[in-house]
Each structure stands twice: as C-alpha cells, then as structure tokens.
Design a protein around this ligand. Structure first.
Ligand SMILES: [Zn+2]
Length: 414
C-alpha cells in the first residue's frame, strides 16, 4: 500500500519568509532534530546561493559521518540547466534535488511576460532534469510552481515529461493556498493515476487550509495508487500565511477520524520530538508559538470551564484527542530568576567555562587552549544568531568544532 512521507521545508520555505531567518547553526539544528524525529527528508537550502555553500557542504559531511542519518538532505533550485551546473560546482556531493519552475498561464504570462511558452517550460525543465541525471543523483523531484492554477491536462503533460526524463517525484505546489480539500484531492488523484509517479503536496495557508489540503491531496494521491509526500514546516512558518505545520500533519495522519486506517504515515515518526523542535524553531525564528497552536500552544491542554475541567479530570479522553506526553510535553521548565551567567559574542573564558560546566552533561576541556577554541566558535555563532545559544547548540559546537567552523565561515565577494 502507498504511504505518506514527510519532506520538511523549514530550511527553504521557512527561511525565505519575509522578516524571518535562521543562522547556519540553527538550520543545522533543525536538520538534526528532523532526523531524530524520523522525518523522511529535509529541504535543507539553496545550492546556488553563495552564503549557503559552507552550510550545505557541512551538513552533507554530518550525513556522511552518521550525525544526520537516515534523513535525506535535498536542495532546491530553479529548473534550468545553469542552476544545475552551478549546484554541482558549489555542492559536488549533493544527492537529492528538487527542480522548480512555474507552470500556470498566470505565471507564464505574468512572470515570463511572453518570453516563454508552455512548451518552453517543459523544455527548460527536461533540460535541467537531464543535466541533473548526468550527475547521477539519488533522487530528483520536479516542482510545478502554481500547480493549483495550472490547467490539469498541461500539468499531466509536464509530469509525464519529467518522469520520462528520469524524475522520481512531481511536486504539486499550491503556491498561493488557492486549493480546497476537494479540489486538491481530485488533482492529486488525477496526477497519481495519469503521471504514475509519487506526488508531493506543497500547500500554503492563505485560506487557512494548508493542513487540510495537504491531507486531502495525499489521500487523492494514495487513492490514485502512488506514495504521497507532504511538505511541512516547523510551526507552519513559511511564505505569507505559512505552510502546513509539521506537527499538525503528523497528528492529522495519526489521529483524525479514519485517516490512519487507509492512509499510513511512512517511516518511524518519533512524536515525542514535537515539543523540542517546535520550541527551538520558535526561539530561533523569534516567533512565539500561538496560544492555540495544535499540540504546542499554551492552551492546547488547558481546561478551565466547569464542564470541561470536570470531564478531563474524570477521564482526559473526554476533552483531549491526544495526550501531551506523547508530544514530549510535561516536563517542568527551568527559568532562572536570580543571577544568570551567559556566554556570547563578547563573552570571556570564565563565564564560558561556567556555562559549559552547568550543562546537563557538563563539558570539561582538556586544556585552556581547547576551551578558548570552542569559546571563539561560540562567539561567532552568537554573532550570527544574535540569540543566546541553546544547550544543544553549545554541545554541538563542542562536539564538532571543525564542522561548526565551516558553518560559521561566510566569505562574501571573494
Ligand atoms: Zn512554498
């Protein structure tokens, strides 16, 4: 039976969002957490963007040494030959790519302004797929941008051309959040049946339906006989009103009425990572978790009104669809209310050593030289993030200083 797999795009769609961004170490932590959570793939960044080069290569190195494994790391580029060539110059060891091009008449006319026809779009895309295949990657996905406003017959033609040239997946992008669950179910099913390869659902939340649309699209794809790949972001952070929230998609797959009976979530998802990754993304992006966010909001398990409180005390299942402990919630959080020593871009060795010795598993350094080296990396990491580093970041830097140095090395205009 075909299944649902998750491709998280926080490190691509999430970071390209207006006003928001992540440091390269924060992006790396997201990949590490996604891996721990059992997510299938992370769209980890932009291979043709100069400041991403060290980060992407360093993360592939982490995959090689088994730190980020089995999570697949996929790059996002435009579906043009030049982008493919630049990608392999910048990131020679990249194994997974998604190639993106607009397919709707709106975009063809409105963006390319008469310079390209529908046939040109298919030609650009197949040229890019050919160029990628020549590099022998493990997987190629082709993205139809604005697929929901694209004539479905043309979309089938586009998908068949991608398949014929060796693409393994077609991404259906509801770029503007225009679909509804019924329309995307149909499109997903038609594409699965007529193109005959796995279909990715990439949904935006402009009408508040990103999660519902992703689920319905995936159901259509599975009913059409193919695996469905849902694009998610942590806390739903993404362009404009955002993308489908990772945790909400997992919960919908596991807990929604009758879905799990027929539409199975592939891989081993560790739901108990939800709290950790959601809190980290909120901190790193500087975007508070809304009080009513599914699973993670402060009110997600709060009960006050008489009937509800009484009911939940008698049996939580009266008013809770799932348990907070499943999501990794429930541990008390330690908040310093007295003296606090932190370490950062202007920190010194004494404060730094104090902080490292207070970690859950204290880190001691063999000599002062080594401690100074790690402190220097921590300073630079703080220059980039402008946020005090979390414990896991400090541990990561102490454990992989060589990789951390690469992540922190940015060289503009060489
Ligand atoms: Zn998007």
């Amino acid at each position: 039976m075909p299944k649902i797999y998750l491709i998280d795009v926080t490190n691509r769609d999430g970071v390209q969002t207006a006003r928001l961004g992540l440091s390269k170490i924060e992006k790396t932590m997201i990949n590490i957490y996604l891996n721990e959570m059992g997510v299938f793939q992370s769209e980890f960044g932009f291979p043709t963007t100069r400041h991403e080069i060290n980060y992407l290569n360093a993360n592939l190195e982490l995959a090689e040494i088994g730190v980020i494994k089995p999570l697949r790391l996929g790059g996002w580029i435009r579906a043009i030959r030049g982008d493919v060539e630049l990608t392999y110059r910048n990131i020679p060891k990249i194994k997974h790519l998604n190639l993106s091009i607009s397919t709707s008449d709106q975009m063809i006319n409105g963006k390319f302004q008469g310079r390209k026809t529908r046939d040109d779009i298919i030609k650009d895309m197949t040229d890019a797929v050919d160029a990628t295949r020549a590099r022998d990657p493990e997987s190629i996905g082709v993205n139809a941008e604005d697929a929901s406003r694209t004539d479905i017959n043309y979309l089938v033609e586009f998908g068949l051309a991608a398949k014929e040239h060796g693409a393994q997946r077609l991404r259906y992008c509801d770029t503007l959040g225009y679909d509804n669950p019924f329309s995307i179910y149909n499109s997903g099913r038609i594409l699965a049946e007529k193109v005959g390869i796995p279909i990715e659902l990439h949904c935006h939340n402009d009408l508040g339906m990103a999660v519902a649309n992703s689920m319905a699209g995936a159901m259509g794809v599975i009913d059409g006989g193919q695996d469905a790949y849902i694009n998610t972001t942590v806390n739903g952070i993404g362009e404009r009103a955002g993308n489908a929230d990772l945790l909400a998609i997992i919960l919908a797959s596991l807990k929604s009425k009758d879905i799990a009976k027929k539409y199975t979530l592939g891989g081993q998802i560790k739901l108990s990572m939800a709290w950790k990754i959601g809190k980290f993304a909120s901190y790193a992006f500087g975007v508070p978790i809304p009080i009513n966010q599914p699973g993670l909001g402060a009110n997600a398990f709060a009960h006050e009104s008489g009937i509800h409180a009484d009911g939940v005390l008698k049996d939580p299942e009266n008013y809770e669809l799932y348990n907070f402990e499943e999501l990794g919630r429930g541990d008390p959080e330690f908040v310093e209310t007295g003296r606090e020593i932190s370490t950062g871009e202007y920190g010194g060795i004494s404060g730094f050593s104090h902080v490292m010795s207070r970690l859950p598993v204290p880190i001691k350094f063999p000599d002062r030289e080594r401690a100074n080296e790690i402190l220097e990396l921590v300073r630079y990491a703080n220059v980039e993030s402008q946020n005090p580093l979390v414990e896991d970041e400090l541990i990561f830097i102490a454990k992989y200083p060589g990789i951390a140095k690469k992540l922190l090395t940015l060289t503009p205009l060489e």
